[in-house]
Ligand binder design. Structure first.
Ligand code: PD2
Ligand code: ZN
Length: 264
């Protein structure tokens, strides 16, 4: 009888361990751990789209959960997007841009920190040069007409210099429309397009939004002068809605002396 009790204890311990491991699987602990694995750049997922402007697409750059996290943290805080005035740099309402948006602070939470680090690892551009991630929402018919991401005024370049590159992350799929189009890209009219592209995307190099994908393009040449071929537009959403997030990267360190709330 005396030797029976230790064996019961042992069986109980085994049952306990089994319960704990299935419990953590069920509640996503191991899935969360998997997502926190260090980012390993996978060149097979990156396509070079154009040399002028330099533009690249990374398939599956963000996980589904990361996309949903950015959307849920921005929802409820969105404000109508503004456009910087060319001369004064003042942010103003403009019918050319009808989306709404929300700026996160840099390193605002653990998921955002992880994404900011991943962007620096992919682009080889310093994390400190990045602005806070900006979430954008486009409802039906909403768009952003052709514009550059670089500034033409002096005021918006005081902190960190001009915007040299943009990482645009698509946080949702869009049933129709919502393409990002580069009308003056060197590859503009060689891209084959079928009827799944909207009318707005017919002229220019077009990228269709796909949840998790990230588009990197450079607004400046390697000598830091601005590249007018980098201008682009976001086509009106025709069916569904579009969520995206931008990370604008400056020529120099951008560490928030004036806040991150620059709108263009
Ligand atoms: O939402 C887009 O596709 C997009 C594309 C290019 C947005 C912006 N630029 C922007 O907000 O500057
Ligand atoms: Zn833009």
């Amino acid at each position: 009888m005396a030797s029976f009790f230790p064996r019961v204890d042992f069986l109980f311990l085994l049952l306990f361990l089994f319960f704990m491991s299935s419990h953590s699987l069920r509640f996503g602990v191991s899935r969360r751990r998997a997502e926190e694995k260090p980012f390993i750049y996978d060149p097979s997922r990156v396509t070079q789209l154009s040399w002028s402007p330099r533009a690249f697409l990374y398939k599956g750059f963000l996980t589904e959960n990361e996309c949903d996290h950015l959307i849920s943290r921005a929802k409820g805080k969105l404000e109508r997007s503004m456009v910087a005035n060319r001369q004064s740099g003042k942010a103003m309402l403009n019918e050319a841009r009808t989306s709404s948006g929300y700026f996160f602070g840099k390193r605002q939470d653990a998921v955002i920190r992880r994404i900011e680090r991943r962007i620096a690892e992919w682009t080889f551009l310093p994390e400190e040069n990045g602005e806070g991630i900006h979430v954008l929402h486009y409802g039906l018919g909403q768009k952003y007409d052709t514009h550059p991401d670089y500034f033409q005024d002096k005021f918006n370049q005081e902190n960190g210099g001009n915007r040299m590159a943009t990482v645009l992350m698509y946080l949702s799929n869009v049933r129709k429309g919502g393409e990002t189009v580069f009308p003056y890209a060197e590859a503009a009219n060689t891209q084959p397009k079928d009827e799944t592209y909207s009318e707005c995307a017919r002229n220019g190099f077009a990228v269709k939004p796909k949840k998790g994908d990230a588009l990197l393009f450079f607004s400046c040449h390697v000598n830091a002068t601005t590249n007018p071929r980098s201008v682009h537009r976001s086509c009106p959403v025709i069916e569904g809605e579009k969520w995206a997030a931008t990370r604008w990267i400056r020529l120099r360190s951008y560490e928030n002396q004036r806040g991150n709330n620059i709108q263009q």
